[in-house]
Design a protein around this ligand. Structure first.
Ligand SMILES: Nc1ncnc2c1ncn2[C@@H]1O[C@H](COP(=O)(O)OP(=O)(O)OP(=O)(O)O)[C@@H](O)[C@H]1O
Length: 587
């Protein structure tokens, strides 16, 4: 047997493109999308507001000089004038600051919304979500779509806009500090040394030196914080699993094991938390010292010139303000260290996910017929479903089972038999176009309505009518038709509860869920019905009733049942036996 379809690739976590190329690949599409006008419009407005705020800060800096000089010279008229100016400028500043955040949040959400729509389409479209789980191509797609997209849009904007503002601020205030700070002349061993713009150098050395020490002391916290997020997530997931599996755990009396497991994971939370506390204490010593020293440091550096009479009090206050702004700007990198690290991690996760949803393998596997071999599903103008030379294989190419050529005619009833693990469910997946691994062809009548019913049907959380109508919207069927279907499936007790909304998988017994699936079939009236152990939870009388109903009510529907019970043979008129390829070879 040849399996021409490329086997599922091993998971490869090393991205093929450089980080900056693929990060740009994630950023760019939105800015050239159909939303580009709104996106660029908002971005330009935010940039303009940022520039106005920097302008305000520059004005405020020179205001400092005038205000403190007025105080020093006890000039009441000038003092009142400056107060008036300040009061007039403040509302303008408030409006700018409020709208900077408001518009950034608006842009962030638009970007996130655009990304989410795109990723949802790629993930849910053509059943890619199923292939990703089946072949374990990416972990937690839900987290990537809900959390990562949000933090990607938000962090990219905040970091870029923050860096832009910081650079403009730095440039403006370096100029001020350089000009008003002037040069410092020192006399050392008989010769004079002049340092031009010495306050700028002092601010740079102070901020860069401080940032370096903070980075050295605090960098371990980044990985410890990540570890904390992971253990917290494990703990939460463990508790959710207990909640979801409450009944089996209680029946197995597994509560002690679960309790011990939860305590164990919580122990990891506790151990990591102690490490967080230890490192935070160490970091707090340095950051508090840095912040306290920053209050006094510019006064100390400016003191020689102030006492020599080069500065007035106003100029000194202006220098102190400019010094704080320049050293603050120099610390941008260290202040945003955590955000930068988390942005990088998010971007890595997203580019890996993007690579998976764009991979050729996924597209080949999601298209009904491939050009490259594998199982070809064709839609043909016929009323019967046929297979020819069909061979099933595992995703890694290992042969699973060879299927005899069959023709499933309207109204025929096929029983698929074979030992556990032979490939019976896999055959149904191949009919559904979800299993491309193997060889041969399946011809499906074009436009035929097919329905696949597994052992445990999916019941959405919502009204009973929605669960019954799934996957169609609940308005598709009248209440009367739904009530009839429930009565026929022997679910009379639920006839009056159509509008009741609950978690139906928890309310209905497994047998009732299978009867609900039967009622669903009666409503949908498929042309081809595939039942995979769909009546396994029913007693023989109920099982016979379901088959009788299906035959009477849907006489033209072709039924193919996968089942182990011998009694079912009497309810079918054709048999397909499946044998595992390795067992056949061994025999
Ligand atoms: N996504 C997958 N990746 C790898 N192997 C898989 C995957 N899905 C199924 N298999 C393997 O394919 C084989 C056939 O599985 P299948 O579910 O078709 O068996 P089955 O005949 O329906 O068994 P049972 O009667 O026990 O339900 C099994 O060995 C199973 O482990």
């Amino acid at each position: 047997m040849t399996s021409a379809l490329t086997p599922v690739p091993e998971r490869d976590d090393t991205p093929p493109q450089s980080f900056s190329t693929s990060a740009w690949g994630l950023i760019k599409p939105y800015w050239v999308s159909e939303d580009w006008k709104a996106a660029w419009g908002l971005l330009v407005t935010i940039v303009v507001i940022n520039l106005l705020i920097v302008g305000f800060n520059v004005w405020f800096n020179s205001w400092n000089a005038k205000f403190y000089n007025a105080l020093q010279t006890k000039d009441v008229a000038q003092y009142s004038h400056q107060l008036l100016l300040f009061s007039a400028a403040v509302p303008f500043f408030i409006v700018m600051a409020v709208y900077r955040t408001y518009l950034r949040q608006m842009l962030e959400f638009r970007w996130r919304q655009w990304l989410t729509t795109r990723y949802l389409r790629a993930w849910l479209g053509e059943a890619a979500f199923y292939r990703i789980e089946r072949d374990r191509l990416a972990d937690n797609p839900d987290q990537r779509i809900s959390d990562d997209l949000q933090s990607f849009a938000s962090n990219t904007l905040q970091l870029t806009l923050g860096l832009f503002s910081t650079l403009v601020t730095l440039f403006s205030f370096i100029t001020i500090l350089w000009t008003i700070g002037g040069a410092l002349t020192m006399h050392l061993s008989g010769s004079a040394w002049t340092i031009p713009g010495y306050m700028v150098w002092a601010a740079g050395i102070y901020a860069i030196g401080g940032s370096y020490i903070i980075h050295k002391v605090g960098r371990s916290l980044i990985s410890i914080n990540y570890q904390q997020q992971r253990v917290e997530a494990d703990f939460r997931f463990g508790l959710i699993r207990v909640r979801e599996n409450a009944e089996p755990i209680a029946l197995y009396d597994g509560v002690r094991t679960e309790h011990a497991g939860a305590e164990h994971i919580f122990g990891r939370i506790r151990d990591n938390w102690w490490r967080i506390m230890k490192y935070t204490r160490r970091l707090s010593v340095v950051t508090t010292f840095y912040a306290q020293a920053a209050i006094i440091f510019p006064f100390v550096v400016a003191a020689p010139r102030y006492f020599s009479g080069a500065y007035t009090l106003g100029i000194l206050m202006q220098i102190v303000d400019a010094f704080g702004t320049v050293s603050g700007s120099f610390s941008w990198f260290i202040d945003n260290y955590g955000s930068l690290v988390s942005w990088r991690a998010t971007t890595n996760r997203l580019r890996e996910f993007t690579r998976v949803i764009q991979s050729t393998h996924l597209r080949e596997a999601t298209s009904p017929a491939t050009e490259h071999g594998g199982i070809n599903l064709h839609y043909v103008d016929s009323d019967s479903l046929t297979t020819s030379d069909l061979e099933l294989a595992l995703p890694n190419g290992t042969p699973l089972a060879a299927i005899a050529d069959i023709t499933v005619k309207p109204g025929s009833r096929w029983l698929v038999r074979g030992p556990s693990g032979a490939g019976k469910s896999t055959l149904l997946r191949a009919f559904a176009g979800l299993w491309p691994f193997g060889d041969g062809a399946i011809d499906v009548p074009v436009g035929a309505h097919t329905m696949f019913v597994p052992q445990q049907s999916y019941l959405p959380i919502g009204t009973l009518k929605a669960a019954l109508a799934y996957p169609a919207p609940e308005e598709t069927f009248s209440d009367e038709a739904c009530r009839d279907a429930l009565r026929l499936a022997r679910l009379e007790g639920y006839v009056e509860r159509l509008g009741e909304s609950t978690h139906w998988t928890r309310v209905l017994s497994p047998g009732e869920q299978q009867r609900l699936a039967c009622a669903r079939i009666l409503l949908h009236k498929p042309d081809f019905l595939f039942l995979d152990e769909a009546t396994s939870a029913l007693d023989p009388a109920n099982e016979a009733n379901i088959y009788r109903l299906l035959t009477e009510r849907l006489p033209k529907t072709a039924i193919m049942s996968v089942a182990h019970r011998e009694s079912l043979a009497a309810l079918h008129n054709e048999v397909l036996d499946i044998e595992r390829a390795d067992e056949r070879a061994a025999a």
